[in-house]
Design a protein around this ligand. Structure first.
Ligand code: ATP
Length: 197
């Protein structure tokens, strides 16, 4: 059975930190592929100012188009409203019964896990694969969730890149091609994204 990692995020814009995390979790977790799922908007970050979903989706497409193990799903951006991970996972599992899915996360995301919709059901549905971004101590969780986190924690390298930093460098007209694929950067320039916010 093919092993697929699901990797969700706002990807505003996608950067080399995301690509590195996806590669390391795929390789260390023994996955065959990673399917990227750009979100329409995160229910926990409703105030973020985001580039249009279609444009963020396109940027992920450009970033992964030459990587055969990566593909992009439009499941969430097509919902036209904030999506909960559990609902997306259920939909994907339903459509692809012949595959084994994993959920890819960075450790910092785990801090808000209990605020997600049905976290216990989620970890029962898909095993987690967690990479390091922030490092440091994690809070305590209910037993079954704690066990899923422990099982999925992998040692990955930390790249100090964030979408916030990328957007700030673009706004200040600073060199940014060391943090983000050039194709994505070209797209940002052509579409004049992030120059004002
Ligand atoms: P922002 O700076 O706007 O918060 P972000 O890059 O952290 O942006 P997302 O695009 O939502 O936000 O990130 C998707 C996922 O990738 C999240 O789980 C996030 O923690 C993880 N991630 C982002 N940057 C890195 C990085 N440099 N290394 C490892 N994981 C990362």
């Amino acid at each position: 059975m093919k092993k697929i990692g699901l990797y969700g995020g706002t990807f505003n814009p996608v950067h080399c930190g995301h690509l590195n995390l996806a590669f390391e979790l795929m390789e260390k977790g023994g996955l065959d592929e990673v399917w990227w799922v750009p979100t329409y908007r995160s229910p926990l970050r409703m105030d973020d100012i985001l580039a249009e979903p279609r444009l963020r989706y396109k940027m992920v497409e450009l970033a992964v188009e030459e990587i055969p193990q990566f593909k992009v799903l439009d499941t969430e951006i097509n919902m036209l409203q904030p999506a909960y991970t559990i609902d997306t996972v259920k939909e994907i599992l339903e459509k692809h019964r012949d595959k084994q899915f994993y959920l890819l996360l960075a450790d910092e995301t785990i801090h808000s896990l209990m605020e997600w919709k049905d976290p216990l059901e989620l970890v029962k549905l898909v095993p987690l694969l967690i990479g390091r971004r922030a490092g440091g101590k994690l809070p305590h969780f209910p037993e079954e969730i704690e066990a899923a986190i422990k099982k999925g924690m992998l040692e990955t390298s930390m790249l100090d890149i964030s979408a916030t930093k990328v957007r700030e460098r673009i706004r200040k007209r600073l060199y940014t091609a060391h943090l983000i694929p050039t194709k994505v950067l070209d797209f940002i320039y052509v579409n004049q994204l992030y120059f004002t916010v």
